[in-house]
Design a protein around this ligand. Structure first.
Ligand code: NAP
Length: 273
């Protein structure tokens, strides 16, 4: 079965409370990374479809740190702005200041759940507010009635943005978790033992048929371009989809669910929920 993130998110959007464009998300884009521009356009389009507001602040890559912090302060103080995104990755010259920039966001407007305070609440189990991709995957599994309790989930990737929060979110739902990375030995032995395989590696069609067995659920978070510039995931969808029980496509799987997770987070912040 193909786990469509488009179908799931469309149904889930219809269940969200309705707001007008007085509920606004602000995105701060520093520099002009083309992939970041595409992701922001996708988020803006969805907000627009839902009648929600979006404000883009685009600063030059060489903007001084003080000026960036000033812009964030203005957004923190703007009553119409309910959520703030710092679009990642930051330009090379600002990476050393990433924590300072993110932690300058008012934690009550930190829609990506990247502020140290919000991550602390999440990883201590005090709050279930989590980064958007993790939220999107949790909601996708739940939408398709895939219960993770007691299941063995193998997650490939250990990024702070995607894999670690997702691993913790599934642990909270009583899954048994194995986290793999570039130093992991015998990766295919581990993936073949899993009930659920989740990949966030960022390498086109890296996981071929030999990594999988029948009956598994496969969640492909990777968004890559192959040598023909075709969009694809980390998993070789064409061959792997023939053996496993459930699989997300790329595009149309986790991507739309991440946007849903972001908008769900925005509404939760706006409603203190
Ligand atoms: P990242 O920070 O680059 O992390 C990649 C992870 O893959 C690292 O932990 C790395 O291990 C691991 N890895 C690399 N080569 C490996 C190998 N040969 N075997 C096992 N593990 C290996 O990337 P990210 O930010 O998590 O993003 C991952 C992918 O998801 C990208 O394609 C990105 O575009 C996509 N993404 C999609 C969405 C969505 O909405 N669908 C959202 C966010 C990101 P080390 O830690 O040892 O280096």
């Amino acid at each position: 079965m193909i786990l469509s993130g488009i179908a799931a998110s469309n149904d889930l959007y219809a269940k969200l409370p309705k707001f007008g464009d007085n509920l606004q998300l602000a995105a701060l884009l520093i520099g002009n990374n083309p992939a970041s521009q595409v992701y922001l356009r996708i988020k803006a389009k969805k907000l627009n479809e839902l009648g929600l507001g979006f404000r883009l602040i685009n600063l030059a890559a060489n903007t001084p740190l003080e000026k960036i912090l000033e812009e964030i302060t203005k957004l923190n103080e703007d009553q119409n702005i309910k959520g703030i995104i710092i679009q990642l990755p930051l330009p090379e010259t600002l990476i050393q200041h990433a924590r300072k920039i993110i932690n300058h966001i008012d934690p009550t407007k930190d829609v990506d759940c990247l502020h140290t305070q919000n991550l602390g609440s999440f990883y201590s189990g005090e709050s279930d507010f989590m980064p958007a991709t993790a939220q999107g995957v949790v909601d996708l599994l739940s939408y398709y009635n895939i219960d993770v309790a007691g299941k063995h989930a193998v997650i490939i990737g250990r990024s702070n943005l995607v894999s670690k929060p997702l691993a913790f979110a599934l642990l909270q739902k009583n899954a048994t978790i194995t986290i793999c990375h570039s130093y992991t030995k015998n990766l295919s032995n581990l993936t073949r033992e899993a009930d659920i395989v989740i990949s966030a590696v960022g390498k086109p069609r890296f996981l071929t048929q030999s990594f999988f067995t029948e009956g598994q659920t496969v969640i492909d978070i990777g968004i890559n371009r192959d040598q023909n510039n075709t969009l694809c995931g980390d998993v070789d969808f064409e061959t792997v989809s023939r053996i496993v029980a459930h699989i997300t496509p790329v595009p149309g799987g986790v991507g739309p669910m991440t946007v849903y997770g972001l908008i769900k987070n925005l509404i939760r912040l706006a409603t203190n929920n």
